[in-house]
Ligand binder design. Structure first.
Ligand SMILES: CC1(C)S[C@@H]2[C@H](NC(=O)CCCC[C@H](NC(=O)C[NH3+])C(=O)[O-])C(=O)N2[C@H]1C(=O)[O-]
Length: 351
């Protein structure tokens, strides 16, 4: 019998809580030296009733921002881009303010408005309007520039998907190749992430998949199967597809120093607070959560139609947790799923 794992009882309780808040299913995978622990709950497909499966693939949303950040920081390590230079030096004329630097994009301090606020103001109509649309990067930036800037460059943190759309444009300008190739050659292949892909604008999730279910704004309205979408509204800000094991590998490898120089990883993990409680922070395309037991974990969260994701590791990369619930537009389910972090990394028992 496996050794007792008190934290995993807490993880299981968090998955159950996410389901109680409306997720059809949820799952989590925790790794520590010589240890892999898995918990699953509910279903990955409401029609077939297929049970949640730890091997299944799903949309990771903004965890994709950490993939994009790693690629850009590798280019910085190679001397091909400087973080404190204006974006305008690399993409002349794209942005209306040449004070916006590459670092401002990675830290969400550019002031560029987030076009998804208007796009998804009405959840299901907004999603249905774009789920099969293909946007160019330029179109997405244009949507942002049609809205007022949120801050002077560098002055304040204001999360915006637009920042990582521009990061994708930078990667394609600097490499001369699509971001998909950069993810593949710089992260997916070197780490052997066999369940990770960037497919745009194809709408399907190939292979064993989790179906995602979007909660409408109207209470009691039926869930919307949001599995198939181009994710073109997100692209380098949120269109990667992955699995729990690959996310464990990715965050562990990143924090373990396998993807960036020590100096660049140090820059990436240099954070500023994003909440008043001083427990949530943002670095360069990377979140830091300070947990109640004193453990600091680094990674990213994701919210894309039908999927909530958490993917975090300890600073040394020796412990990691990935968790997913197949619903969205349901904050209570997201908060419940987030309870897997405290349980896994602090060993807290269910309440
Ligand atoms: C900062 C976030 C939360 S939002 C950002 C990005 N996801 C999006 O921008 C999609 C927003 C609409 C999602 C949709 N919600 C609505 O339509 C509400 N009207 C739903 O819940 O499926 C991602 O992923 N990030 C999360 C992150 O980084 O954790």
């Amino acid at each position: 019998p496996a050794a007792p794992a008190p934290g995993m009882d807490g993880v299981a309780a968090a998955l159950t809580a996410a389901m109680a808040e409306g997720a059809p299913g949820a799952m989590a995978r925790y790794t520590a030296p010589g240890e892999v622990r898995v918990r699953t709950a509910g279903v990955r497909d409401r029609v077939s009733g297929a049970p949640m499966d730890i091997r299944a693939r799903f949309r990771i949303g903004s965890v994709s921002k950490t993939f994009s950040s790693v690629v850009l920081l590798q280019l910085a390590d190679e001397g091909r881009v400087e973080l404190d230079r204006p974006v305008d030096d690399y993409l002349p004329g794209l942005l209306p303010d040449d004070r916006i630097t590459v670092r401002h994009l990675l830290t969400h301090r550019s002031g560029l408005a987030d076009y998804t606020e208007a796009m998804f103001h009405r959840t299901v109509p907004g999603f249905e309007a774009v789920r099969n649309r293909v946007f160019s990067y330029q179109e997405l930036v244009g949507l942002s520039l049609a809205a007022p800037r949120t801050t002077e460059p560098g002055v304040a943190y204001k999360y915006s998907n637009t920042n990582f759309v521009v990061v994708g444009m930078l990667i394609e300008k600097l490499t001369g190749r699509p971001v998909a190739e950069a993810y593949d050659s710089r992260i997916v292949k070197p780490l052997g992430l066999r369940q990770t892909s960037y497919v745009h604008p194809d709408t399907r999730i190939e292979g064993l998949r989790v179906r995602g279910y979007l909660h409408p704004d109207e209470a009691g309205a039926p869930l919307v199967d949001s599995t198939e979408q181009t994710a073109s509204w997100a692209q380098s800000a949120g269109a990667v597809i992955s699995s729990p094991a690959d996310l464990n590998t990715f965050t562990s490898a990143l924090m373990g120093g396998r993807l960036l120089s020590p100096a660049m990883l140090g820059a990436m993990t240099t954070v500023t607070p994003t909440d008043t409680a001083n427990t949530r922070f943002y670095g360069l395309g990377l979140r830091r959560y300070d947990l109640s037991c004193g453990t600091q974990v680094y990674g990213h969260t994701g919210t894309v139609q039908g999927y909530y994701t958490y993917a975090f590791s300890t600073r040394d990369g020796r412990r990691s947790l990935s968790a997913m619930a197949n619903t969205s537009n349901r904050g209570e389910a997201n908060t419940a799923l987030g309870g897997t972090l405290e349980a896994a990394f602090c060993g807290t028992q269910p309440a």
